[in-house]
Design a binder for this molecule. Structure first.
Ligand SMILES: C[S@@+](CC[C@H](N)C(=O)[O-])C[C@H]1O[C@@H](n2cnc3c(N)ncnc32)[C@H](O)[C@@H]1O
Length: 203
């Protein structure tokens, strides 16, 4: 992954995508304070937008240390250094104690997880009682896509519609109901809509 390019696009032309999902997460979960983990955060785009709308403290978690350097930089740029932290690690073995997070979010990382059932079990393990998750992925709505295209054209960028719609592998087509049940997780809801697939689990 070209972190530099991904970061540049996500902080500029693609920003409406993150604002959209942060608002959706806030509306759906109503979690506005406590501790949040952004899994596969890269440069922290989703968690940063959510932090701006809430009082949540966000930990940006990713395998890629270079990506997390971007997240640390953006925390400072956005004046949110007191509201966030970074943590390097693998979602298959999250280096956190049981029941430590109130809200766990993730966008666009799930298709890359080698063992999604184990990863979701790990996410559930660190979820506090009374907490919830919003993990999954999507590319926004037609309106958000139109806005991104407009932003790209205004910047003189080429628009590759096929690449914009491309989903990574079969990651989003898996039978997540069966995966969650295989790990004994019963408290969940899977939202499948125009704007992607999102798994909400709760304790
Ligand atoms: C396509 S990027 C998504 C970044 C960001 N969440 C977004 O919405 O733009 C996927 C991210 O997931 C991270 N990732 C992939 N596998 C992971 C794993 N096993 N544990 C933690 N992070 C992982 C990658 O390093 C990458 O930063």
């Amino acid at each position: 992954m070209d972190v530099e390019h991904y970061d540049q696009q996500s902080r500029t032309v693609k920003k409406p995508l993150y604002t959209y999902y942060a608002q959706k997460i806030k509306d759906q979960t109503r979690m506005i304070e406590g501790k949040c983990l952004d899994v596969g955060a890269c440069g922290g785009y989703l968690g940063l937008e959510l932090a701006k709308m809430t009082n949540l403290h966000v930990t940006f978690f990713d395998l890629n240390a270079e990506a997390l350097e971007k997240a640390a930089l953006h925390l400072v740029e956005d004046g949110l250094e007191e509201r966030g932290a970074t943590l390097v690690g693998d979602v298959h073995a999250i280096p956190l104690e049981d029941e430590t997070m109130d809200l766990i979010i993730s966008r666009g990382s799930m298709p890359f997880w080698e063992d999604p059932a184990l990863a979701l079990q790990e996410i559930y393990r660190i979820l506090k009682k009374g907490g919830t998750t919003f993990v999954g992925g999507g590319k926004g709505t037609p309106e958000i896509k139109a806005q991104i295209i407009e932003n790209m054209l205004a910047e003189g960028q080429e628009v590759d519609l096929e690449a914009m719609d491309k989903m990574h592998g079969d990651g989003m087509k898996r039978d997540y109901d069966a995966l969650l049940k295989s790990k004994g997780i019963e408290n969940f809801m899977i939202h499948r809509a125009q704007d992607g697939i999102w798994i909400q689990m709760w304790k």
